[in-house]
Ligand binder design. Structure first.
Ligand SMILES: [Zn+2]
Length: 562
Protein backbone atom coordinates (compact mmCIF):
# COMPACT_ATOMS: atom_id res chain seq x y z
CA UNK A 1 0.00 0.00 0.00
CA UNK A 2 1.29 3.31 -0.87
CA UNK A 3 3.31 5.34 1.59
CA UNK A 4 0.88 7.99 2.71
CA UNK A 5 3.38 10.68 3.28
CA UNK A 6 3.40 11.12 -0.43
CA UNK A 7 -0.07 11.29 -1.50
CA UNK A 8 -2.97 11.02 0.63
CA UNK A 9 -4.89 11.92 3.66
CA UNK A 10 -6.88 9.04 4.78
CA UNK A 11 -8.98 11.15 7.01
CA UNK A 12 -12.43 9.77 7.63
CA UNK A 13 -11.80 6.18 6.66
CA UNK A 14 -15.44 5.80 7.06
CA UNK A 15 -15.86 2.39 8.43
CA UNK A 16 -19.37 3.49 9.19
CA UNK A 17 -21.30 0.55 10.26
CA UNK A 18 -21.69 -3.05 9.60
CA UNK A 19 -24.55 -3.36 7.20
CA UNK A 20 -26.82 -6.17 8.14
CA UNK A 21 -25.23 -8.68 5.79
CA UNK A 22 -28.48 -10.56 5.82
CA UNK A 23 -30.27 -7.83 3.85
CA UNK A 24 -30.18 -9.90 0.65
CA UNK A 25 -30.91 -13.62 0.40
CA UNK A 26 -27.70 -15.11 1.84
CA UNK A 27 -26.01 -17.54 -0.54
CA UNK A 28 -26.18 -21.12 0.56
CA UNK A 29 -23.81 -22.61 -1.98
CA UNK A 30 -20.62 -21.66 -3.71
CA UNK A 31 -20.88 -20.67 -7.35
CA UNK A 32 -17.17 -20.36 -7.98
CA UNK A 33 -15.38 -23.53 -9.06
CA UNK A 34 -12.22 -25.03 -7.68
CA UNK A 35 -11.98 -22.86 -4.57
CA UNK A 36 -10.30 -25.70 -2.72
CA UNK A 37 -7.30 -25.38 -5.05
CA UNK A 38 -6.60 -22.02 -3.42
CA UNK A 39 -4.30 -23.31 -0.73
CA UNK A 40 -1.76 -22.25 1.92
CA UNK A 41 1.03 -24.33 0.37
CA UNK A 42 1.03 -22.36 -2.89
CA UNK A 43 0.48 -19.03 -1.17
CA UNK A 44 3.39 -19.75 1.12
CA UNK A 45 5.62 -20.66 -1.84
CA UNK A 46 4.80 -17.39 -3.61
CA UNK A 47 5.22 -15.20 -0.53
CA UNK A 48 8.46 -16.85 0.54
CA UNK A 49 9.89 -16.33 -2.94
CA UNK A 50 8.83 -12.72 -3.44
CA UNK A 51 9.63 -11.71 0.16
CA UNK A 52 12.94 -13.54 0.32
CA UNK A 53 16.08 -11.54 1.07
CA UNK A 54 17.21 -12.45 -2.46
CA UNK A 55 14.39 -10.28 -3.79
CA UNK A 56 15.90 -7.47 -1.73
CA UNK A 57 12.58 -5.78 -0.89
CA UNK A 58 11.57 -5.31 -4.57
CA UNK A 59 12.22 -1.58 -4.90
CA UNK A 60 10.53 -0.46 -8.13
CA UNK A 61 13.60 0.08 -10.34
CA UNK A 62 15.68 -2.71 -8.83
CA UNK A 63 16.74 -5.79 -10.85
CA UNK A 64 15.03 -7.93 -8.20
CA UNK A 65 11.66 -6.41 -9.09
CA UNK A 66 12.16 -7.43 -12.70
CA UNK A 67 13.04 -10.95 -11.44
CA UNK A 68 9.83 -10.90 -9.40
CA UNK A 69 7.90 -9.91 -12.52
CA UNK A 70 9.47 -12.84 -14.31
CA UNK A 71 8.44 -15.13 -11.44
CA UNK A 72 4.85 -13.89 -11.65
CA UNK A 73 4.81 -14.43 -15.42
CA UNK A 74 6.04 -18.00 -14.96
CA UNK A 75 3.35 -18.68 -12.35
CA UNK A 76 0.66 -17.26 -14.64
CA UNK A 77 1.95 -19.36 -17.52
CA UNK A 78 2.01 -22.51 -15.35
CA UNK A 79 -1.53 -21.74 -14.20
CA UNK A 80 -2.72 -21.79 -17.82
CA UNK A 81 -3.28 -18.10 -18.39
CA UNK A 82 -2.60 -16.45 -21.74
CA UNK A 83 -0.31 -13.43 -22.15
CA UNK A 84 -2.23 -10.13 -22.10
CA UNK A 85 0.54 -7.56 -22.25
CA UNK A 86 1.98 -5.53 -25.10
CA UNK A 87 2.49 -7.14 -28.49
CA UNK A 88 1.34 -10.55 -27.28
CA UNK A 89 3.82 -10.61 -24.38
CA UNK A 90 3.17 -10.97 -20.66
CA UNK A 91 4.55 -7.52 -19.96
CA UNK A 92 3.65 -3.86 -20.22
CA UNK A 93 6.71 -1.65 -19.81
CA UNK A 94 6.01 1.35 -17.58
CA UNK A 95 8.16 4.39 -18.37
CA UNK A 96 9.35 6.13 -15.23
CA UNK A 97 11.56 9.12 -14.68
CA UNK A 98 13.58 10.44 -11.73
CA UNK A 99 16.09 13.18 -11.17
CA UNK A 100 19.82 12.77 -10.59
CA UNK A 101 22.20 15.49 -9.40
CA UNK A 102 24.73 16.50 -12.03
CA UNK A 103 26.76 18.07 -9.24
CA UNK A 104 25.85 18.21 -5.50
CA UNK A 105 23.98 21.47 -4.87
CA UNK A 106 25.70 24.41 -3.15
CA UNK A 107 23.94 26.51 -0.49
CA UNK A 108 25.19 29.44 1.58
CA UNK A 109 23.32 31.51 4.16
CA UNK A 110 24.34 35.04 5.12
CA UNK A 111 23.16 36.76 8.31
CA UNK A 112 24.45 39.70 10.32
CA UNK A 113 26.86 37.15 11.82
CA UNK A 114 28.43 36.55 8.38
CA UNK A 115 28.22 34.05 5.50
CA UNK A 116 27.98 30.31 6.16
CA UNK A 117 28.57 27.71 3.39
CA UNK A 118 26.48 24.61 4.15
CA UNK A 119 27.78 21.16 3.24
CA UNK A 120 25.56 18.89 1.12
CA UNK A 121 24.73 15.68 2.96
CA UNK A 122 25.74 17.05 6.40
CA UNK A 123 23.92 20.36 6.69
CA UNK A 124 21.32 19.89 3.98
CA UNK A 125 19.93 17.45 1.42
CA UNK A 126 17.32 17.57 -1.33
CA UNK A 127 13.86 17.27 0.27
CA UNK A 128 12.39 14.20 -1.45
CA UNK A 129 15.60 13.42 -3.35
CA UNK A 130 17.50 15.14 -6.17
CA UNK A 131 15.59 17.62 -8.28
CA UNK A 132 15.53 21.02 -9.88
CA UNK A 133 17.79 23.36 -11.70
CA UNK A 134 18.34 26.74 -10.04
CA UNK A 135 20.77 29.57 -9.58
CA UNK A 136 19.74 31.98 -6.79
CA UNK A 137 22.00 34.79 -5.61
CA UNK A 138 21.45 36.63 -2.34
CA UNK A 139 17.73 36.07 -2.19
CA UNK A 140 15.86 37.19 0.92
CA UNK A 141 14.25 34.70 3.30
CA UNK A 142 11.05 34.54 5.32
CA UNK A 143 9.87 32.19 8.08
CA UNK A 144 6.64 30.55 6.88
CA UNK A 145 5.89 28.34 9.89
CA UNK A 146 4.42 25.04 8.63
CA UNK A 147 3.15 26.78 5.46
CA UNK A 148 -0.28 25.45 6.41
CA UNK A 149 -3.61 27.03 5.58
CA UNK A 150 -6.26 24.80 7.18
CA UNK A 151 -9.59 26.67 7.41
CA UNK A 152 -11.25 23.69 9.11
CA UNK A 153 -8.81 24.20 11.95
CA UNK A 154 -8.87 27.97 11.70
CA UNK A 155 -5.13 27.87 11.16
CA UNK A 156 -3.24 29.84 8.49
CA UNK A 157 0.38 30.62 9.24
CA UNK A 158 0.83 32.12 5.79
CA UNK A 159 -1.72 34.82 6.45
CA UNK A 160 -0.29 38.30 5.82
CA UNK A 161 3.16 36.90 5.02
CA UNK A 162 4.98 38.32 1.99
CA UNK A 163 6.85 35.48 0.31
CA UNK A 164 7.27 37.09 -3.12
CA UNK A 165 10.74 36.44 -4.50
CA UNK A 166 11.83 34.92 -1.19
CA UNK A 167 13.13 31.55 -0.02
CA UNK A 168 10.65 30.22 2.53
CA UNK A 169 11.97 28.60 5.71
CA UNK A 170 9.30 25.97 6.44
CA UNK A 171 8.69 23.51 9.27
CA UNK A 172 8.24 19.87 8.23
CA UNK A 173 4.96 18.03 8.99
CA UNK A 174 2.13 20.02 10.69
CA UNK A 175 1.41 21.54 14.11
CA UNK A 176 2.43 18.88 16.59
CA UNK A 177 -0.94 18.76 18.44
CA UNK A 178 -2.61 17.72 15.18
CA UNK A 179 -0.73 14.44 15.04
CA UNK A 180 -3.18 11.50 15.23
CA UNK A 181 -1.62 8.59 17.05
CA UNK A 182 -2.31 4.95 16.22
CA UNK A 183 -3.16 5.57 12.57
CA UNK A 184 -1.35 4.24 9.54
CA UNK A 185 -0.20 7.74 8.95
CA UNK A 186 -0.43 10.24 11.79
CA UNK A 187 -0.25 13.12 9.34
CA UNK A 188 -2.73 14.92 7.14
CA UNK A 189 -2.42 16.41 3.68
CA UNK A 190 -1.02 19.56 5.26
CA UNK A 191 2.21 17.64 5.93
CA UNK A 192 2.78 16.61 2.34
CA UNK A 193 5.79 18.15 0.63
CA UNK A 194 3.61 18.76 -2.43
CA UNK A 195 1.08 20.70 -0.36
CA UNK A 196 3.78 22.93 1.15
CA UNK A 197 5.28 23.47 -2.30
CA UNK A 198 1.91 24.48 -3.75
CA UNK A 199 1.21 26.86 -0.84
CA UNK A 200 4.60 28.59 -1.07
CA UNK A 201 4.66 28.74 -4.87
CA UNK A 202 1.19 30.27 -4.86
CA UNK A 203 2.48 32.92 -2.44
CA UNK A 204 5.33 33.76 -4.85
CA UNK A 205 8.23 32.06 -3.04
CA UNK A 206 11.25 31.05 -5.18
CA UNK A 207 12.02 27.92 -3.17
CA UNK A 208 11.81 26.20 0.21
CA UNK A 209 14.27 25.40 2.98
CA UNK A 210 12.52 22.68 4.99
CA UNK A 211 13.51 21.90 8.59
CA UNK A 212 12.30 19.16 10.96
CA UNK A 213 11.43 21.09 14.12
CA UNK A 214 12.73 19.70 17.44
CA UNK A 215 9.13 19.14 18.57
CA UNK A 216 8.59 16.90 15.55
CA UNK A 217 11.60 14.66 16.02
CA UNK A 218 9.45 12.40 18.14
CA UNK A 219 6.69 12.55 15.53
CA UNK A 220 8.13 9.62 13.65
CA UNK A 221 10.61 7.12 14.94
CA UNK A 222 13.19 9.07 13.04
CA UNK A 223 15.49 10.73 15.54
CA UNK A 224 17.44 12.44 12.78
CA UNK A 225 16.67 16.04 11.82
CA UNK A 226 17.97 15.37 8.34
CA UNK A 227 16.88 12.45 6.14
CA UNK A 228 19.66 10.09 5.07
CA UNK A 229 21.31 12.11 2.28
CA UNK A 230 21.76 9.00 0.17
CA UNK A 231 18.16 7.88 0.56
CA UNK A 232 16.79 10.16 -2.13
CA UNK A 233 19.51 8.95 -4.50
CA UNK A 234 19.34 5.26 -3.60
CA UNK A 235 15.57 5.18 -4.04
CA UNK A 236 14.50 8.42 -5.72
CA UNK A 237 10.91 9.62 -6.02
CA UNK A 238 9.56 8.51 -9.39
CA UNK A 239 6.96 9.82 -11.75
CA UNK A 240 5.45 8.54 -14.96
CA UNK A 241 7.40 9.56 -18.02
CA UNK A 242 4.54 10.63 -20.24
CA UNK A 243 6.92 11.99 -22.86
CA UNK A 244 5.84 15.55 -22.09
CA UNK A 245 7.99 17.25 -24.76
CA UNK A 246 10.97 19.10 -23.27
CA UNK A 247 9.90 18.23 -19.73
CA UNK A 248 12.81 19.24 -17.50
CA UNK A 249 13.23 18.89 -13.74
CA UNK A 250 11.21 21.58 -11.96
CA UNK A 251 13.22 24.65 -11.07
CA UNK A 252 11.72 25.13 -7.62
CA UNK A 253 14.51 24.40 -5.13
CA UNK A 254 13.23 22.33 -2.21
CA UNK A 255 16.04 21.59 0.25
CA UNK A 256 16.05 20.13 3.76
CA UNK A 257 18.37 21.84 6.27
CA UNK A 258 19.39 20.87 9.81
CA UNK A 259 18.01 22.44 12.98
CA UNK A 260 21.46 23.95 13.60
CA UNK A 261 21.41 25.69 10.22
CA UNK A 262 17.91 27.03 10.89
CA UNK A 263 18.84 28.23 14.37
CA UNK A 264 21.80 30.09 12.87
CA UNK A 265 19.42 31.85 10.52
CA UNK A 266 16.98 32.64 13.32
CA UNK A 267 19.56 34.17 15.57
CA UNK A 268 20.75 31.44 17.92
CA UNK A 269 20.41 27.98 19.38
CA UNK A 270 16.89 27.01 20.48
CA UNK A 271 15.25 29.76 18.45
CA UNK A 272 13.58 27.27 16.14
CA UNK A 273 12.16 25.18 18.99
CA UNK A 274 10.67 28.25 20.69
CA UNK A 275 9.09 29.37 17.44
CA UNK A 276 7.72 25.90 16.73
CA UNK A 277 6.11 25.73 20.18
CA UNK A 278 4.38 29.05 19.51
CA UNK A 279 3.27 28.12 16.00
CA UNK A 280 1.97 24.80 17.35
CA UNK A 281 -0.44 26.87 19.43
CA UNK A 282 -1.39 29.10 16.51
CA UNK A 283 0.55 32.01 17.98
CA UNK A 284 2.34 33.74 15.10
CA UNK A 285 3.01 37.02 16.97
CA UNK A 286 6.74 36.41 17.25
CA UNK A 287 7.32 35.48 13.62
CA UNK A 288 10.98 36.54 13.10
CA UNK A 289 11.84 39.27 10.60
CA UNK A 290 14.63 37.75 8.51
CA UNK A 291 15.28 41.03 6.71
CA UNK A 292 19.04 40.81 7.33
CA UNK A 293 19.38 37.25 5.97
CA UNK A 294 20.20 36.19 2.42
CA UNK A 295 20.66 32.85 0.70
CA UNK A 296 22.53 31.77 -2.41
CA UNK A 297 22.25 28.36 -4.03
CA UNK A 298 23.03 26.58 -7.24
CA UNK A 299 21.88 23.14 -8.25
CA UNK A 300 21.43 21.10 -11.38
CA UNK A 301 19.70 17.78 -11.75
CA UNK A 302 18.99 15.80 -14.88
CA UNK A 303 15.99 13.58 -15.55
CA UNK A 304 16.68 9.89 -16.08
CA UNK A 305 14.09 7.67 -17.78
CA UNK A 306 13.87 3.93 -17.09
CA UNK A 307 11.19 1.26 -17.60
CA UNK A 308 9.97 -1.67 -15.53
CA UNK A 309 7.10 -4.00 -16.23
CA UNK A 310 3.55 -4.64 -15.16
CA UNK A 311 2.71 -8.33 -15.69
CA UNK A 312 -0.57 -9.28 -17.45
CA UNK A 313 -2.29 -12.64 -18.02
CA UNK A 314 -5.84 -13.46 -19.05
CA UNK A 315 -8.56 -16.11 -19.06
CA UNK A 316 -10.86 -15.66 -22.02
CA UNK A 317 -14.51 -16.13 -21.10
CA UNK A 318 -17.63 -16.54 -23.16
CA UNK A 319 -18.08 -12.80 -23.42
CA UNK A 320 -15.89 -9.82 -24.26
CA UNK A 321 -16.76 -8.35 -20.91
CA UNK A 322 -14.01 -8.29 -18.32
CA UNK A 323 -13.27 -8.53 -14.64
CA UNK A 324 -9.82 -7.13 -13.81
CA UNK A 325 -7.81 -8.45 -10.85
CA UNK A 326 -4.88 -6.34 -9.63
CA UNK A 327 -2.10 -6.53 -7.03
CA UNK A 328 1.23 -4.70 -6.85
CA UNK A 329 4.48 -6.74 -6.85
CA UNK A 330 6.87 -3.95 -5.83
CA UNK A 331 7.78 -2.82 -2.33
CA UNK A 332 10.23 -0.54 -0.49
CA UNK A 333 13.55 -2.25 -1.17
CA UNK A 334 15.90 -1.32 1.69
CA UNK A 335 13.55 1.32 3.09
CA UNK A 336 15.23 4.37 1.63
CA UNK A 337 11.80 5.60 0.58
CA UNK A 338 8.50 5.33 2.43
CA UNK A 339 9.73 3.37 5.43
CA UNK A 340 7.94 3.76 8.76
CA UNK A 341 11.13 2.76 10.50
CA UNK A 342 13.66 5.08 8.88
CA UNK A 343 16.17 4.07 11.53
CA UNK A 344 16.24 0.76 9.65
CA UNK A 345 17.22 2.30 6.33
CA UNK A 346 19.58 -0.07 4.53
CA UNK A 347 17.81 -3.14 5.95
CA UNK A 348 15.67 -5.22 3.58
CA UNK A 349 11.96 -4.40 3.85
CA UNK A 350 10.77 -7.78 2.60
CA UNK A 351 7.15 -6.79 1.98
CA UNK A 352 5.65 -10.23 2.67
CA UNK A 353 2.23 -8.79 3.49
CA UNK A 354 2.71 -5.70 1.31
CA UNK A 355 2.17 -7.01 -1.18
CA UNK A 356 3.52 -10.50 -1.78
CA UNK A 357 0.32 -11.69 -0.05
CA UNK A 358 -1.93 -9.93 -2.59
CA UNK A 359 0.05 -11.23 -5.57
CA UNK A 360 -0.15 -14.75 -4.13
CA UNK A 361 -3.92 -14.32 -3.73
CA UNK A 362 -4.59 -13.31 -7.35
CA UNK A 363 -2.23 -16.01 -8.67
CA UNK A 364 -4.19 -18.61 -6.70
CA UNK A 365 -7.52 -17.26 -7.99
CA UNK A 366 -6.17 -17.25 -11.56
CA UNK A 367 -4.98 -20.83 -11.19
CA UNK A 368 -8.30 -21.95 -9.69
CA UNK A 369 -10.31 -20.49 -12.58
CA UNK A 370 -7.86 -21.45 -15.33
CA UNK A 371 -7.74 -25.09 -14.23
CA UNK A 372 -11.39 -25.60 -13.33
CA UNK A 373 -12.25 -26.93 -16.78
CA UNK A 374 -15.03 -24.38 -17.26
CA UNK A 375 -14.97 -21.16 -19.23
CA UNK A 376 -16.12 -18.23 -17.13
CA UNK A 377 -19.03 -16.29 -18.55
CA UNK A 378 -17.02 -13.06 -18.45
CA UNK A 379 -13.32 -12.83 -19.29
CA UNK A 380 -10.73 -12.16 -16.61
CA UNK A 381 -7.55 -10.09 -16.74
CA UNK A 382 -4.92 -10.52 -14.01
CA UNK A 383 -2.39 -7.68 -13.58
CA UNK A 384 0.48 -7.32 -11.13
CA UNK A 385 1.60 -3.71 -11.00
CA UNK A 386 4.98 -2.14 -10.47
CA UNK A 387 5.59 1.21 -8.81
CA UNK A 388 2.65 1.17 -6.38
CA UNK A 389 4.77 2.31 -3.45
CA UNK A 390 6.11 5.22 -5.46
CA UNK A 391 2.64 6.56 -6.22
CA UNK A 392 0.37 4.00 -7.90
CA UNK A 393 2.60 4.34 -10.98
CA UNK A 394 2.04 0.94 -12.60
CA UNK A 395 -1.75 1.13 -12.25
CA UNK A 396 -1.83 4.74 -13.45
CA UNK A 397 0.20 3.73 -16.48
CA UNK A 398 -2.13 0.81 -17.21
CA UNK A 399 -5.20 3.07 -16.93
CA UNK A 400 -3.59 5.46 -19.43
CA UNK A 401 -2.54 2.55 -21.69
CA UNK A 402 -5.22 -0.14 -21.20
CA UNK A 403 -4.87 -3.47 -23.02
CA UNK A 404 -8.65 -4.04 -22.55
CA UNK A 405 -10.86 -1.00 -23.30
CA UNK A 406 -12.21 0.46 -20.04
CA UNK A 407 -15.79 0.31 -21.28
CA UNK A 408 -15.44 -3.49 -21.67
CA UNK A 409 -14.61 -3.84 -17.99
CA UNK A 410 -17.43 -4.68 -15.58
CA UNK A 411 -15.40 -4.30 -12.36
CA UNK A 412 -11.84 -4.18 -10.95
CA UNK A 413 -10.81 -6.13 -7.84
CA UNK A 414 -7.59 -4.95 -6.16
CA UNK A 415 -5.90 -7.05 -3.49
CA UNK A 416 -3.27 -5.42 -1.29
CA UNK A 417 -2.19 -6.82 2.11
CA UNK A 418 -4.21 -9.89 3.04
CA UNK A 419 -1.43 -11.47 5.07
CA UNK A 420 -1.99 -10.00 8.51
CA UNK A 421 -5.74 -9.87 8.92
CA UNK A 422 -6.73 -9.04 12.47
CA UNK A 423 -9.34 -11.65 13.56
CA UNK A 424 -10.02 -12.24 9.84
CA UNK A 425 -11.62 -8.79 9.65
CA UNK A 426 -11.84 -7.08 6.27
CA UNK A 427 -13.63 -3.93 5.19
CA UNK A 428 -14.85 -4.00 1.61
CA UNK A 429 -13.80 -0.75 0.04
CA UNK A 430 -15.92 0.06 -3.02
CA UNK A 431 -19.27 -1.24 -1.77
CA UNK A 432 -20.27 2.33 -0.98
CA UNK A 433 -19.93 3.26 -4.66
CA UNK A 434 -21.77 0.36 -6.31
CA UNK A 435 -24.98 -1.37 -5.22
CA UNK A 436 -24.27 -4.21 -7.66
CA UNK A 437 -20.91 -4.93 -6.02
CA UNK A 438 -22.35 -4.47 -2.52
CA UNK A 439 -25.01 -7.08 -3.25
CA UNK A 440 -22.48 -9.66 -4.42
CA UNK A 441 -20.23 -9.03 -1.40
CA UNK A 442 -23.24 -9.40 0.93
CA UNK A 443 -24.57 -12.51 -0.78
CA UNK A 444 -21.23 -14.31 -0.75
CA UNK A 445 -20.18 -13.34 2.79
CA UNK A 446 -22.26 -15.97 4.67
CA UNK A 447 -20.36 -18.69 2.79
CA UNK A 448 -17.25 -17.59 4.71
CA UNK A 449 -18.37 -17.51 8.35
CA UNK A 450 -14.73 -17.32 9.56
CA UNK A 451 -14.39 -13.98 7.80
CA UNK A 452 -15.70 -10.82 9.50
CA UNK A 453 -16.77 -8.72 6.57
CA UNK A 454 -17.91 -5.13 6.89
CA UNK A 455 -19.19 -3.09 4.00
CA UNK A 456 -18.10 0.48 3.64
CA UNK A 457 -20.59 3.16 2.77
CA UNK A 458 -18.29 5.82 1.43
CA UNK A 459 -16.23 6.15 -1.74
CA UNK A 460 -13.18 3.89 -1.78
CA UNK A 461 -10.06 5.48 -0.32
CA UNK A 462 -7.12 6.22 -2.63
CA UNK A 463 -4.83 3.80 -0.77
CA UNK A 464 -3.85 1.41 -3.56
CA UNK A 465 -4.05 0.42 -7.23
CA UNK A 466 -7.82 0.37 -7.50
CA UNK A 467 -7.73 4.17 -7.28
CA UNK A 468 -6.72 5.08 -10.87
CA UNK A 469 -9.38 2.62 -12.13
CA UNK A 470 -12.03 4.28 -9.96
CA UNK A 471 -10.97 7.93 -10.21
CA UNK A 472 -9.66 8.09 -13.80
CA UNK A 473 -11.25 5.20 -15.76
CA UNK A 474 -14.64 5.34 -14.00
CA UNK A 475 -14.64 1.60 -13.29
CA UNK A 476 -16.44 0.10 -10.24
CA UNK A 477 -13.87 -1.32 -7.85
CA UNK A 478 -13.56 -3.62 -4.85
CA UNK A 479 -10.66 -3.53 -2.40
CA UNK A 480 -10.76 -5.83 0.64
CA UNK A 481 -8.83 -4.01 3.34
CA UNK A 482 -7.66 -5.22 6.73
CA UNK A 483 -6.58 -3.09 9.68
CA UNK A 484 -3.10 -1.59 9.34
CA UNK A 485 -0.60 -3.97 10.96
CA UNK A 486 2.38 -2.54 12.86
CA UNK A 487 4.74 -4.36 10.50
CA UNK A 488 3.54 -2.36 7.52
CA UNK A 489 6.37 -0.50 5.77
CA UNK A 490 8.96 -1.67 8.24
CA UNK A 491 11.83 -4.14 8.08
CA UNK A 492 9.65 -6.59 10.05
CA UNK A 493 7.21 -7.50 7.24
CA UNK A 494 8.69 -10.99 6.86
CA UNK A 495 7.20 -14.20 5.38
CA UNK A 496 7.68 -16.14 8.58
CA UNK A 497 5.04 -14.11 10.41
CA UNK A 498 2.34 -14.10 7.72
CA UNK A 499 -1.09 -15.61 8.45
CA UNK A 500 -1.44 -17.82 5.36
CA UNK A 501 -4.90 -18.99 6.38
CA UNK A 502 -6.12 -15.40 6.07
CA UNK A 503 -4.72 -15.08 2.53
CA UNK A 504 -6.53 -18.29 1.50
CA UNK A 505 -9.81 -17.21 3.12
CA UNK A 506 -9.69 -13.73 1.63
CA UNK A 507 -8.72 -15.05 -1.81
CA UNK A 508 -11.56 -17.60 -1.82
CA UNK A 509 -14.06 -14.91 -0.81
CA UNK A 510 -12.86 -12.60 -3.60
CA UNK A 511 -12.93 -15.50 -6.08
CA UNK A 512 -16.52 -16.31 -5.12
CA UNK A 513 -17.54 -12.67 -5.56
CA UNK A 514 -15.76 -12.46 -8.92
CA UNK A 515 -17.43 -15.58 -10.25
CA UNK A 516 -20.82 -14.23 -9.17
CA UNK A 517 -20.09 -10.97 -11.01
CA UNK A 518 -19.11 -13.05 -14.01
CA UNK A 519 -22.34 -15.04 -13.92
CA UNK A 520 -24.57 -12.03 -13.28
CA UNK A 521 -26.31 -10.85 -16.48
CA UNK A 522 -26.44 -7.33 -15.03
CA UNK A 523 -23.82 -4.59 -15.06
CA UNK A 524 -22.19 -2.83 -12.13
CA UNK A 525 -23.39 0.65 -11.27
CA UNK A 526 -20.81 3.25 -10.27
CA UNK A 527 -21.07 6.34 -8.11
CA UNK A 528 -17.83 8.17 -8.62
CA UNK A 529 -15.99 11.14 -10.10
CA UNK A 530 -16.10 9.99 -13.76
CA UNK A 531 -19.65 10.94 -14.63
CA UNK A 532 -19.28 10.05 -18.30
CA UNK A 533 -18.21 6.45 -17.60
CA UNK A 534 -20.02 3.90 -19.77
CA UNK A 535 -20.22 0.16 -19.13
CA UNK A 536 -20.07 -2.80 -21.53
CA UNK A 537 -23.83 -2.43 -22.05
CA UNK A 538 -23.18 0.97 -23.60
CA UNK A 539 -25.11 2.68 -20.80
CA UNK A 540 -23.78 5.19 -18.25
CA UNK A 541 -22.41 3.39 -15.22
CA UNK A 542 -23.76 6.15 -12.99
CA UNK A 543 -27.53 5.53 -12.84
CA UNK A 544 -28.16 9.28 -12.29
CA UNK A 545 -26.64 10.13 -15.68
CA UNK A 546 -28.82 10.49 -18.82
CA UNK A 547 -28.40 7.73 -21.44
CA UNK A 548 -25.83 8.56 -24.16
CA UNK A 549 -27.37 10.24 -27.24
CA UNK A 550 -28.02 8.09 -30.29
CA UNK A 551 -25.86 9.19 -33.28
CA UNK A 552 -29.07 10.40 -35.08
CA UNK A 553 -30.06 12.51 -32.06
CA UNK A 554 -26.50 13.94 -31.84
CA UNK A 555 -26.55 14.80 -35.57
CA UNK A 556 -29.99 16.41 -35.17
CA UNK A 557 -28.78 18.42 -32.22
CA UNK A 558 -25.60 19.30 -34.06
CA UNK A 559 -27.59 20.45 -37.07
CA UNK A 560 -29.81 22.63 -34.85
CA UNK A 561 -26.72 24.30 -33.35
CA UNK A 562 -25.25 25.24 -36.69
ZN1 LIG B 1 2.85 -0.48 0.68
Amino acid sequence: MKPLGALLALAGLGLAWQLAVAQDAPATRFLAPNLDSICEKDARQDVFFMASDEMNGRDTLSPETRMTAHYVKTRMQQAGLKPAGEKGTWYQEVALRYNKWDTPPALSLTTVAGERKLEYGRDFVGAGGPGGVAELKDVPLAFAGYAVNEPTRNYNDLDGLDLKGKLALVLRYEPTPWRQGGRRNPFSRASFLQTKEQQCKAAGAVGILLVTGPESLGATDNRRDLPDPGAGEKSPPLELDLKAAGAQPASFPFLHITIAAADALLGGEGRLQKLQQEFDQGNFANRPDLAGAKASLSMKATAVVRTCPNVLGKIEGERDEWIVFGAHHDHLGQGYFGSRSPNKMGEIHNGADDNASGVAAILEIAEAFATCGRKPRRSMLFITFTGEEKGLLGSQWYVKHPTVPHDRVVAMINIDMLGRLNNNEIAMQGTGASKFLLRHCQEAAPLFPELRVTMTTRAPIPASDHWPFFSEAGIPVLFPMGAIPPEMHTNLDDPETIKYGGIVLGARYMAEIAWRISEDPGYADYIGPVKTAVGPDGKPRDPSQPPPKKPSEAREEDFSHR
